[in-house]
Design a protein around this ligand. Structure first.
Ligand SMILES: [Zn+2]
Length: 469
């Protein structure tokens, strides 16, 4: 039996059912840690397929792990299913129009992300059943990627300890397995405690927590010049201490986030941010409490695993777009503003050559599938909790288009296209690729040779969970 043929046949058979699941999750559009219906639906279909499901993983209500089979190789897939606030959009409608009564939308395409991983898990499981090969399929139900993601906690709690590799993907506007890295992030809550007082009659008795916030921010703004260029320092006010200028504010709170290419770099810079907070307390006579919040490690490809995924991607190829898909994509890109349009043109230029710009602009869906080349390195200045998985088990990620070329991330464009036939074709393609990669590993476990050694070599074999600590 040809592996490619098996995967194609199974995935095509599952297609209608999977698109229905996708439509439901897309419509639920539940935000981080509130994905009750979405996670319940995924658990239900996994159980019906014969997976054993464990819920409330790491103490998170909407996180779960589903397993089938036993022994090795044990292959994992990551499912996400959280939506984003403010990004509701009618499915397949190319002009901004939120769904009536809905505020949230799948503007990062996580509805598709979770369902493609489901296709891959079902396909891999059915392959084990059919061939009687030994192995295990694990579907990780990863809640709240857009909030305080659960993957670092799963990594901390040893949920990947017996997993030989993980295949992941993310909806995108281009296709391929590339040597792309994403930066790490770590956030803290900073709460200043002061003393209230009449700001007019007795200001000398007050110690302002709001002043402390502002002085801390001044300090951090000077710090920016003296950190590595790739770092990002971001803050927001969570509490400004009240609305009355005639009351000295005795409480105020900030959230700070530091992003850097490696998690240890983010941690080092964060220590200096905390020193700015401490300096502000000296200047204002206030106290400060620091609470570590979310943290995601840097994302990198495990080359051995990425090559397996890339080979599968080359065999499956890009999604099979129809003429209607091209027309719909064009209707969406017609709505791009001038900056978005020039970003798209630059992307087409890089990918297809400027001489094909006009032609591709008329049919703006990616038809290429990039193969893995470790020498071609890219850095994305976004973050993902997939990084923490990569620290503890060999992990490779894939991009497949679920939207037009240049579709901005976290946008109504993404919500609208993910909910259309374009999103369906993209997720089906991603599901087939990850399914085929798993099947290849089950057929020849030797493909993973050197993957763990590579991971240990690149991480020092050390993982420190950046979440809440
Ligand atoms: Zn995402």
């Amino acid at each position: 039996m040809k592996e490619l043929e098996f995967v194609e046949t199974e995935a095509e058979e599952l297609k209608a059912f999977m698109f229905e699941i996708h439509r439901k999750i897309w419509e639920y559009a539940e935000i981080s840690d509130g994905e009750f219906e979405s996670s319940e639906l995924l658990c239900q279909v996994l159980e019906e397929e014969g997976f054993s499901v464990r819920k409330n993983v790491c103490g998170r209500t909407t996180a779960f792990i589903a397993e089938f089979g036993e022994g090795h190789p044990a292959v994992g897939f990551l499912g996400e299913y959280d939506a984003l606030p403010g990004l509701s959009q009618e499915a397949g409608y190319p002009i901004k129009r939120p769904v009536e009564g809905a505020a949230c939308g799948h503007g990062c395409g996580h509805s598709a992300l979770g369902v493609a991983s489901l296709i891959a898990a079902f396909t891999a499981k059915r392959y084990l059943e059919k061939t009687g090969e030994s192995g295990k399929v694990i579907y990780y139900g990863c809640c709240a990627e857009e909030g305080e993601g659960v993957k670092p906690l799963m990594a901390r709690d040893g949920e990947f300890e017996d997993t030989d590799c993980v295949f992941a993907w993310h909806p995108a506007s281009v296709n391929g397995v590339t040597n792309t890295e994403m930066i790490a992030v770590k956030t803290i809550h900073v709460t200043f405690d002061g003393t209230t007082s009449h700001a007019g009659a007795a200001p000398h008795l007050g110690r302002s927590a709001l002043d402390a916030c502002e002085l801390m921010n001044v300090g951090v703004n000077y710090l920016r010049e003296h950190v590595i260029q790739e770092a990002r320092l971001q803050y927001a006010y969570l509490d400004t201490g009240g609305t009355a200028p005639n009351v000295v504010q005795d409480h105020a709170k900030l959230i700070y986030g530091v992003r850097a290419p490696r998690i240890y770099q983010a941690e080092e810079i964060l220590k200096r941010v905390i020193q700015c907070a401490e300096g502000a307390t000296l200047m204002t006579g206030t106290g400060v409490r620091i609470e570590p919040r979310m943290g995601y490690s840097d994302v990198f490809q495990n080359f051995v695993t990425a090559r397996i995924l890339s080979d599968a991607a080359q065999e499956i190829g890009a999604p099979g777009w129809t003429e209607e898909d091209y027309q719909l994509a064009k209707a969406f890109t017609d709505q791009y503003n001038s900056v978005q349009k020039s970003e798209m043109e630059a992307l087409i230029g890089r990918r297809y050559g400027t001489e094909r710009l006009k032609e591709v602009e008329e049919r703006p869906l990616d038809t290429k599938m990039d193969g893995f080349d470790e020498k071609q390195h890219f850095m994305i200045y976004g973050c993902s909790d997939v990084g923490d998985v990569g620290y503890v088990t060999p992990t490779a990620s894939l991009s497949v288009a679920t939207g037009a070329l240049g579709t901005p991330g976290h946008s109504w464009f993404m919500t609208g296209m993910t909910g259309s036939s374009i999103g369906e074709k993209g997720l089906l393609c991603a599901g087939k690729i990850m399914g085929l990669a798993a099947v290849k590993v089950f057929k020849d476990p030797g493909l993973l040779k050197g993957a763990q050694e590579e991971r240990i070599g690149r991480t020092g074999g050390i993982y420190k969970c950046p979440m809440y600590g």
